[in-house]
Write a protein that binds this ligand. Sequence first.
Ligand code: SAH
Length: 364
Amino acid sequence: MSDTRPWLKDLSVEALRARFGERGVKPYRAEQVAEWVYGRGVEDPAAMTNLPRDLREDLAREWRWRALEVEAVERSRDGTTKARLVARDGEILEAVLIPEERRTTLCVSTQVGCPLACSFCATGKLGLRRNLSTAEIVDQVLRMRELLAPGSALTNVVFMGMGEPLLNLAAVVEAVRLLLHPRAFGLAPRRVTVSTAGVVPRIRDLLEAVPVNLALSLHATSDAVRDVLVPLNRRFPLAVLREALEDLPRIGPRHPIFVEYTLLAGVNDAPEDARRLARWLHGLHAKVNLIPFNPHPGSEYAAPGPAAIEGFLAELARRRLAVTLRRSRGDDIAAACGQLAAQGARPGPVKPALPAAEDAPGGC
Ligand code: SAH
């Protein structure tokens, strides 16, 4: 018979407190469990020595614990580490660790595959297989932390792996709560970033639920080009998207929106594109991340040459936009942005690509 017990890691600490309360267990035990599981990476209740024995036995009997196992690990020349993870139902996903001088960032997936089918993204070619649960998102953090070099710690988490986080909002929000809870992972809010291709009705919902950084995958400044690169644009065109970015909670001079712009030769890299980008961003607290296209098998795009990249940067800098050029990391192991495709994964069934405009938040 299949195991139908609930996953402990699907619950935020607050939700576990409530669950314990209903069952006559002291709510503060939830914080103790969180410290073991997320703080110390201990997943065997028998080892949780500050809990009463009957609670340890109940925990082991009533809950499921490990949602993901590492199937393969690849390390890049630059220290980037990509892991292929397998869920209980055999679905495959990927997560990437990116060590830098003063921080180590983990890039997590939120779906197996992705329904958005952005034309330049490897994940988009897979279609959507299914959403990941909170336990599966959080287990990426636990499994990847075990792969860190001794002495280094995870400092940042970005929701920029496979999938569209805002089409799996409820699970993402609970996972973020665990990342931020001081007794769980204890990350500061400015160290957690959720990226979206622009699911307009859910942007505000995300920021009202959790104080994370927002990243927006923009990539184009005319509807004609963005309709092709990010088909979601046909549902939420640029003017609608721009309007949705006004007066968002938390966003301000010290918490800009991170605007991601993948540079594609001959598609969106002309000086006129840069000027339009500056105009589109006018009046927004934004910081632009330029990402030269990372090639992947079967893609028909190319990265611009250094002169075009420099020209684009200069055009933005002249207009006093905060802009950075993102170095490609882990591209020798297909771990860079848009290269996650869980090679060997089965292609997904064809599902409706876009949510209904009136969909309730987190309903996907
Ligand atoms: N669906 C979300 C989360 C994925 S984030 C989103 O779109 O924001 C991954 C980022 O890498 C996005 O900005 C995506 O547009 C970008 N990307 C995808 N494929 C890429 C490629 N081949 N080269 C460079 N960037 C790419």
